[in-house]
Design a protein around this ligand. Structure first.
Ligand code: UDX
Ligand code: ADP
Length: 454
């Protein structure tokens, strides 16, 4: 059997690597139109940082896992084609700012129709608005060959992708349950996962349920973060501690303890995009009340980023003009080099508007990426890219921690304090540092939702 995956990004790359590892008899071709990205997948420095990924790529690459720009040949040779391309929020025309931009998906479907000389199973891996499979089907039907379209959304989280792929909570496969051909396509894909995923974790549904479940899962996860973040504001106004509240609330098994860490706001390529997509769909189907309900989740996230940045500015005597701020972490979460929708972007832009000097350190995000995200040129004195947290903190008025990288917990804060301006502030946007210890060292501290009565 041969599998082809169109799109060698954060989803396609790790997913196909794990499939190749688990199924040595299947040849897996990952193709992309971005030659630079493919070259990186074929080099020692992978384009995606993901713990544990490099080792598996090394084991499989050149054996049954291949990265290439020869899209046409790989599609034609495959029995199953995964579509794993980006579906960003539309920035133009109808639905701009909320609908998903499906032009990359459509062009994949057209490509499959154009180059295939036999019918195949086509799998939607990218997160798509419900009923996209219809579009793909229509395009493929023009060939007169037998294609089956399946939806198999990816639930991996960045930073834990390998673990999530190796032991997923569930695998979801949606297909045409009403026909023999549809059911057998679902079973064929399920058979691949069944090599390492227990059968009871493989959920089979119709196409629309599968497409909608992915959006719904991300909306529910984002909602938990916005819920606890909204309460963090109330904690600060009342003297309650959001971590204590989260622990007390999360101990109710009906609620559960995960995903209740209050933060500077959620980021990443999925939550914002998928919520906006869900809101757009609700509006499209004339359900304005439902759209408004989910809109609140998005608004709380924007509010939390603003609220945090304003807290920093307030604490520094409402003046950060010319002050050096050490930015600890720029990725949207730990263990990834991805900065898409990272809260650091909006927060740093707010600081730049106030004319602060930023000294940014992130262990995995490149200088080029940070400058592009902040829309500043190389050499611009307002943004310095630092090689270590110590360098960033040198002469800084404040440390602003935005990503919970583990290494920030065990730095020599005594040394850092002595190199900083006085008073030395730490704004812990992830509540991940030892506040008692830092207080003893003489830092002024502000966490999220921690009784900062103002
Ligand atoms: C998410 C979903 O978890 C995954 O199932 C889906 O397939 C894609 O979207 P990802 O965006 O990679 O994955 O990361 P996730 O771990 O969900 O974190 C998203 C954001 O929420 C990050 O910015 C993270 O720091 C933040 N977060 C997460 C919190 O602020 N608090 C929490 O308790 C958990
Ligand atoms: P994700 O996080 O969903 O994986 P990425 O942006 O990291 O998103 O990856 C998507 C990849 O899909 C990109 O590398 C992009 O070049 C690729 N891509 C987009 N359109 C096409 C296409 N028509 N053919 C091949 N690759 C494509």
């Amino acid at each position: 059997m041969r599998i082809c995956c169109i799109g060698a990004g954060y989803v396609g790359g790790p997913t196909m690597t794990v499939i190749a590892r688990k199924c040595p008899d299947i040849r897996v071709d990952v193709v992309d139109i971005n030659a630079e990205r493919i070259a990186a997948w074929n080099s020692d420095s992978l384009p995606v940082f993901e713990p544990g990924l490099e080792e598996i790529v090394r084991l499989c690459r050149g054996k049954n896992l291949f990265f290439s720009t020869d899209v046409d040949a790989a599609i034609d040779a495959a029995d199953i084609v995964f579509i794993s391309v980006n579906t960003p929020t539309k920035t133009y025309g109808y639905g701009a700012g909320s609908a998903s931009d499906l032009r990359f998906v459509e062009s994949c479907a057209r490509k499959i129709a154009e180059v295939s000389r036999s019918g195949k199973i086509v799998v939607e891996k990218s997160t798509l608005p419900v009923r996209t499979a219809d579009v793909i089907r229509q395009i493929l039907s023009s060939t007169g060959m037998e294609f089956q379209v399946l939806s198999n959304p990816e639930f991996l989280a960045e930073g834990t992708a390998v673990r999530d792929l190796e032991s997923p909570d569930r695998v979801l496969i949606g297909g045409d349950e009403d026909t023999e051909e549809g059911r057998s396509a679902i079973d064929e894909l399920a058979g691949i996962y069944a090599r390492w995923v227990p059968e009871d974790r493989i959920i089979k549904t119709n196409l629309w349920s599968s497409e909608l479940s992915k959006l719904t899962a991300n909306a529910f996860l984002a909602q938990r973060i916005s819920s606890i973040n909204s309460i963090s504001a109330l904690c600060e106004a009342t003297g309650a501690d959001v971590e204590q509240v989260a622990r007390a609330v999360g101990s109710d098994t009906r609620i559960g303890s995960k995903f209740l860490n209050s933060s500077v706001g959620y980021g990443g390529s999925c939550f914002q995009k998928d919520l906006l997509n869900l809101i757009y769909l609700c509006e499209h189907f004339n359900l304005p009340e439902v759209a408004l309900y989910w809109r609140g989740v998005v608004e709380i996230n924007a509010y939390q980023k603003r609220r945090f940045a304003e807290g920093v500015i307030d604490s520094l005597y409402r003046n950060i003009c010319g002050k050096r701020l050490a930015i600890f972490g720029f990725a949207f979460k730990e263990d990834t080099n991805d900065t898409r929708e990272s809260p650091a972007i909006d927060i740093c832009r707010l600081f730049l508007n106030e004319r602060a000097q930023l000294a940014v350190f992130d262990p995995k995000v490149s200088k080029k990426q940070i400058l592009a995200d902040l829309n500043v040129e190389e050499g611009d004195p307002r943004v310095e890219f630092c090689a270590s947290p110590y360098e960033a903190a040198e002469k800084a008025h404040a440390i602003v921690l935005l990503t919970q990288w583990k290494e920030f917990k065990n730095l020599d804060y005594k040394k850092i304090k002595s190199a900083m301006a006085t008073p030395a502030w730490i704004f812990d946007g992830r509540n991940c540092l030892d506040h008692r210890l830092l207080g003893e060292l003489g830092f002024l501290l502000r966490g999220i939702g921690k009784g900062n009565l103002s």
